[in-house]
Every structure is written in structure tokens, then in C-alpha cells.
Design a protein around this ligand. Structure first.
Ligand code: HEM
Length: 476
């Protein structure tokens, strides 16, 4: 297995078989990215063109395990036997939804897929009594169910209304008629899956743990809630309809019954990033355009250099995958709202109306850190965009895919609101951690934000038809 050395950001990287030739991270900030990434239009993340989703009924493809089916029909023990037939029937992808996402391919969907409007993110703990076989069976069951859900189908053929009247339905039914709504499901594996906090290798995976998959260090100002952080497994469900995303997490949690349970979850409304040049830049809850300088799907050179794990990165089972960092960042909205427009713009380093850098130009003009704009203002030494810019971070970038959240209000009557920050990258140490160290040190934004939860996950590569999530992890 090719294991790379701890890399500086200027390292070189050999060409990938069948993919786009990789570039060092340092080059990616300035490379001329080709705009040929057609995947963005289809919602698939495959760099080599999406694999047709098929109907999942090919020989050898299975339905949910009996255990998964019984779990889905929670409490149905002793009920009439349930069928495990093919995938042809069930809820059709009818009505109201945007086109279904591609599920099978070289990379998982939900990363460079144009960011949908809604999020339900969930982290799971695998049961202390689960065996390695139980874990594999769960990943098989999730794969089978997910391949159906992203096509707007119920989790099984019997689904919400097609089963015996005396048995709880396999599918909970709240997404009937909503269609696929652009649903993507992205699966990740946390460090504790490989070795739990007591050091126990529960599933015989410890020697397969990626070197870079480790709990993030403590950053200055962190006020993390352990109950809202970490997790053995995670699922990111993104869709253009909130109920479709919630339905997916609800039913996948149900299928996990007895093998894994929800540790924490987060709803997000309103994307805070564009991941395609075809998308307009949305706004975060501070009212600023967010995602302007994000990595876009069409920048295939940068995506390859900064997002996907390459062949020389190791471990082999993760090639074509990525690393996900999640941070729930509480924003003190009321204090921010009392700042002058001038101060708000100084903190970010861009103007609020157009999102242009204070050094001048329009939204997509590159910031010029030593220049003054037409109104005589420059970009503060501690402005957010200066500290987060690749020139301050050895060329490192992130593919940001976060969502606004409002979880009601606290006892003082202030909004419990903020940004559920999601970032994909090829190396969480050289990318997120290095950047967050810099931001935690002196970012002007720190006066208005607090990080309250944290997660890091290895994102398995794309799933091939007939295989399950992270299958290569379990193979010799
Ligand atoms: C609530 C917290 C945050 C808010 C409100 C926020 C807001 C913004 C805004 C308004 C921009 C400018 C528009 C854009 O290019 O997207 C920006 C850029 C950026 N932010 Fe944040 N951000 C937050 C947290 C973070 C964190 C935790 C990181 C990473 C550790 C980060 C990394 C970046 C990066 C890489 C850029 C692009 C910089 C560039 O290349 O110009 N942000 N952010």
C-alpha cells in the first residue's frame, strides 16, 4: 500500500489512473481549471462520468437483510414473513421533485453535486454488542435502501403501503409523492469506528485506519459539546425538500435499529455555499454572500488536487474518497446586528451588497491584499477572507458545503442560530486544521461566533453496483 509522507502543501502527486492528473495543493489555488466537469449538471460526483443507476434488481443484488427489514418494521417480531424481492416496484419518483441523483459512481454524490437547499445530517454510534458481520450487514442494508431513496422510492419494495396490513410498514411514508427532490446520501466513517475511545479494535479495522483520520485538536475558543460531536458513522442527506432529507435519515436510522443508533443530528435550511459555477451565491445568517471563493465542481483540477484522496495518499481503500469536517458554529446574531455596516464589512473583508473584496472589483474579483479599494478601504490584516485565503494557508482550499441553522432560541430569548459548517478535503490536517488554527488565532469573526460541535469522517469512495458502502475497507 502506498502510504505518503506527511506532506507539505507544495508536494507533487502522480497522475491518477483513469482520472484527471492531480496537481500539488499549492498549485491548485492558481491553476487554470478546465470547466469540463459535466457531473455538476447531473448531480453525480464521478470524474469519469456517472454510472447509470440501474434499477438495483441486477442478479446478485440483494434487498435489505432480514435483520434490516425487521428493524425497519420495528417491533414487528412475530409478524407475517416479509418479502425480500427486487426493486422494481414501490413509490415512484413522481411529482414535485428535482431530478434524482446518481448513486453509483467513482465518488460519492453529495460532495461536488450542486449544493441542494436542505440538509439533515446524522452521526451514529455502532452498538456495543454489534459484530464486524453486523456492521457489514448494516452497510449493505444502507446501500440497498439509499440506492432506492435517491431515486424517490420507498426503502423497500413493500414500502409505506404495499405490505401486510397487520405489520408496521417498512417505510414511514412521509415522502410519498415528493419524488427524489435531488436527494443525495453521503456516508462517512469516524475515527472511533477503527478504534474506540478506550482503544478497543471492535471490528478488526484498527490497522486500516487512515493516518489522517484523527480527532481534531482543540482550537482556541472551542466550546464543544461532546454529545453533539464525533460519531462512528455519519450520513449527510441533502435535498431540495426538507421532508425528503428528514425521511431519508429517519428511515436509515430505523434500518440501523439494534446495530447503530443516532448520536446527534442537525437540520439545515438554506445552503451557504455554491459548489457549481451554475449556482448563485447564497447568503449566510450574517447577511453576507457565502461561497464566492468556494471550490466549484467545474474546477476539476482543483477538485482533484484538494478534495479526492489520491493513489499515493493511502490507504488504498480510501482512494477516490475524501475527508469531511463538520463544525456547528453558533453565531451571535443579535450582537452582529448591532454593528455598523462598515464594521461588518471590515470583519469579513468583502462588501455586503455584492460580496466584492474591499480591495475593489466585483464579486468574483480576486482580493488584492495590499491594495486599497475605490473608497480608500483595504482588507484588514485579520479579516476573515484574508486569513482563510489560500495565500495565507500554503495554497490549501476547502470544498465548503455548509447550511444555515436555527434551533429555536435560548432561555435569554436570543436565537440559537448559526452555520453548520461542512467541508470536504483531501487532507484534514493540512487543510481544515491548518486554516482553523489561523482563524481561531485572530479572525475578526471570532467576536461573533462560537464552535459548539465537531466531527471528522473518512468519506469512502463511490459505490459500484453490486457493492456496499466502504466495501474495500473490509476486503484484503
Ligand atoms: C460562522 C462562521 C463563518 C462565517 C459566517 C463565514 C463567512 C464567510 C464569508 C462571508 C466568506 C466570503 C465569501 C466566500 O468566499 O465564500 C467566507 C470565505 C471563506 N471562509 Fe468562511 N465563514 C465562517 C467560518 C469558516 C470556517 C470555520 C472556515 C474554515 C476553517 C472558513 C473558511 C473560509 C474560506 C476557505 C473562505 C474563502 C476564502 C477565499 O479564498 O477568499 N470559514 N467565509
Amino acid at each position: 500500500m502506498a502510504r505518503r509522507e506527511r506532506r507539505g502543501l507544495g508536494r507533487s502527486r502522480p497522475a491518477r489512473t483513469g482520472g484527471v492528473t492531480g496537481a500539488p495543493l499549492g498549485d491548485a489555488a492558481t491553476d487554470g481549471d478546465s470547466a469540463t466537469g459535466g457531473d455538476a449538471a447531473t448531480g453525480g460526483d464521478s470524474a469519469t462520468g456517472p454510472v447509470a443507476p440501474g434499477d438495483g434488481s441486477s442478479p446478485g443484488r440483494r434487498g435489505l437483510s432480514r435483520r434490516g427489514l425487521f428493524a425497519a418494521a420495528a417491533g414487528a417480531a412475530g409478524a407475517a414473513a416479509v418479502g425480500t424481492g427486487g426493486f422494481a416496484a414501490g413509490r415512484a419518483s413522481a411529482g414535485g421533485g428535482s431530478s434524482p441523483a446518481v448513486f453509483f459512481g467513482e465518488h460519492q454524490a453529495g460532495i461536488v453535486t450542486p449544493a441542494q437547499d436542505r440538509l439533515h445530517f446524522a452521526a451514529f454510534d455502532v452498538s456495543s454488542s454489534a459484530s464486524r458481520e453486523n456492521l457489514i450487514e448494516l452497510l449493505q442494508d444502507w446501500t440497498d435502501a439509499a440506492a432506492r431513496l435517491v431515486r424517490g422510492l420507498d426503502v423497500t419494495e413493500e414500502g409505506a403501503v404495499g405490505g401486510p396490513a397487520l405489520k408496521p410498514p417498512d417505510d414511514t411514508g412521509e415522502a410519498l409523492g415528493l419524488g427524489a427532490s435531488g436527494l443525495t446520501l453521503t456516508f462517512g466513517l469516524g475515527p472511533t469506528l477503527f478504534r474506540d475511545r478506550d482503544g478497543t479494535d471492535r471490528f478488526g479495522l484498527a490497522d486500516r485506519k487512515p493516518e489522517l483520520l484523527a480527532e481534531l485538536p482543540h482550537f482556541s475558543g472551542d466550546q464543544l459539546d461532546a454529545a453533539l460531536s464525533g460519531g462512528d458513522l455519519c450520513i449527510q442527506a441533502c435535498a431540495d425538500d426538507p421532508q425528503v432529507a428528514v425521511h431519508a435519515i429517519r428511515n436509515l436510522s430505523r434500518i440501523a435499529f439494534g446495530r447503530a443508533s443516532l448520536r446527534w443530528s442537525q437540520l439545515g435550511f438554506g445552503r451557504t455555499s455554491s459548489t457549481s459555477t451554475a449556482q448563485q451565491t447564497p447568503r449566510n445568517l450574517f447577511g453576507f454572500k457565502d461561497g464566492t471563493a468556494n471550490i466549484k465542481a467545474e474546477e476539476t483540477g482543483t477538485v482533484d488536487a484538494q478534495v479526492w484522496v489520491g493513489e499515493d495518499d493511502g490507504p488504498d481503500w480510501l482512494v477516490g474518497g475524501s475527508y469531511l469536517v463538520t463544525r456547528k458554529i453558533r453565531m451571535t446574531i443579535e450582537i452582529w446586528d448591532r454593528q455598523s455596516l462598515d464594521e461588518q464589512e471590515r470583519v469579513i473583508g468583502r462588501d455586503k451588497g455584492e460580496g466584492a473584496p474591499l480591495s475593489g472589483g466585483g464579486e468574483i474579483t480576486e482580493p488584492a491584499f495590499s491594495a486599497l479599494g475605490p473608497d480608500g478601504r483595504g482588507i484588514d490584516v485579520d479579516a476573515h477572507v484574508r486569513l482563510a485565503h489560500p495565500t495565507s494557508n500554503d495554497g490549501a482550499k476547502l470544498l465548503r458545503r455548509g447550511y444555515n441553522y436555527v434551533d429555536g432560541n435560548d432561555a435569554l430569548g436570543t436565537l440559537d442560530a448559526g452555520l453548520f459548517f461542512i467541508a470536504y478535503q483531501r487532507d484534514p490536517v493540512a487543510q481544515f486544521t491548518a486554516m482553523q488554527r489561523r482563524l481561531a488565532g485572530s479572525d475578526l469573526l471570532n467576536e461573533y461566533i462560537t464552535h459548539v460541535s465537531s466531527g471528522v469522517f473518512a468519506i469512502a469512495p463511490g459505490i459500484r453496483e453490486g457493492q456496499h458502502i466502504a466495501q474495500a475497507l473490509f476486503e484484503d
